[in-house]
Design a protein around this ligand. Structure first.
Ligand code: IMP
Ligand code: MG
Length: 309
């Protein structure tokens, strides 16, 4: 089973919501950009009742299921702000277990930064076009892969081999979802350019022997498949008992070498992606989501001479 990366906003977000205020719409757009699922005014909470009739209720503007958080946006009008503060206090007395945040317009970005999103976060986002796979989608899917691998390798002790460096985030998250005794090792390879294409040069070799072991190669992304194809040939030669592949991303449209991939996180369209370990010239690896780059930005970068590392 494989999940397709969604091109558009998460499908749970309603396509055409009538917002009461422009600031709400702006907030929704920011959430969309980072792939956070939101619901607009999903629920009213009674605050005051008389004879079973609700006299006063509080309806937060947004609910963010990924963060399990209600958000109420504030306006600049002081009279309204005071009233909202009063309502919020009442709400918290009555519903102490529900998380709600009152946000001034300028607070949005700080809130998102706290969760690793947005221009105020410590992550560089210049050049990012759109979020293709959000942090919560990654988390969910990596969990599913880990569970499936745990079932398939039941009573075995797999050796996970990570292909550096793009695999770091994926491998670190995946291994924590595998409920089996296991070992890990890493390899770094670089593809030969030009005439010798199809070969890989081993920049860092494994420390573990493979003979008789159940080996699972972990890859960030399979593009043409040339790297993986050469790598598998090399590893086959070392006599493992079994040899399988788990790749987070599959850019199937660009495949040249037919390589078997046993576990795929997401199939993605033919676009250059960064984040969650993947880089463009060593940048963007620390983004907590997978994103596409702006095309004009990518072209401009390609024209500038590559600086030596
Ligand atoms: P392949 O041999 O063409 O399959 O190349 C796979 C390798 O190219 C991956 O392990 C990545 O290091 C790199 N790569 C391919 N596509 C992308 C991308 O969209 N973003 C970042 N790295 C990529
Ligand atoms: Mg790689």
């Amino acid at each position: 089973m494989m999940a397709k990366a969604r091109r558009q906003q998460p499908e749970k977000n309603p396509p055409a919501v009538q917002f009461a205020h422009a600031s709400e719409e702006e907030f929704a757009r920011i959430l969309d950009f980072y792939g956070l699922v939101w619901q607009y005014e999903p629920q009213s909470f009674p605050l005051r009742e008389e004879n079973g009739r609700v006299l006063e209720a509080f309806t937060p503007d947004f609910y963010l299921p990924d963060l399990d958080l209600y958000v109420e946006l504030t306006t600049l009008k002081q009279s309204l702000v005071t009233d909202k503060h009063r309502k919020l206090r009442r709400f918290q007395e009555r519903y102490p277990d529900i998380q709600v945040k009152l946000l001034h317009k300028s607070d949005y970005l700080s809130l998102l930064a706290k969760y690793g999103f947005g221009p105020f976060s410590e992550v560089e986002v210049a050049g990012i076009h759109e979020v293709l796979i959000s942090a919560s989608q990654l988390e969910r899917r990596v969990g599913e892969l880990g569970a499936q691998i745990s079932r398939d390798y039941r009573s075995q002790e797999p050796l996970l081999i990570g292909v550096l460096r793009g695999v770091t985030c994926f491998m670190a998250d995946l291994m924590r979802h595998i409920s089996l005794p296991l070992a890990i090792d890493f390899m770094a390879v670089s593809s030969y350019e030009g005439e010798q294409s199809g070969l890989v040069r081993i920049m860092k070799d494994l420390e573990e022997p493979l003979e008789g072991r159940d080996v699972l190669v972990i890859e960030d992304i399979v593009d043409t498949g040339m790297t993986l194809n050469a790598l598998l040939q090399e590893l086959h030669g070392r006599g493992p008992a079994s040899l399988r592949v788990c790749a987070l991303l599959d850019k199937r449209a660009r495949r040249l070498a037919e390589v078997p991939i046993d576990y795929v996180g997401f199939e993605i369209p033919d676009e250059f992606v960064v984040g969650y370990g993947l880089d463009f010239r060593q940048k963007f690896r620390n983004l907590p989501f997978i994103a596409t780059l702006k095309r004009d930005w990518l072209n401009a970068q390609a024209e500038t001479k590559e600086r030596p590392e």
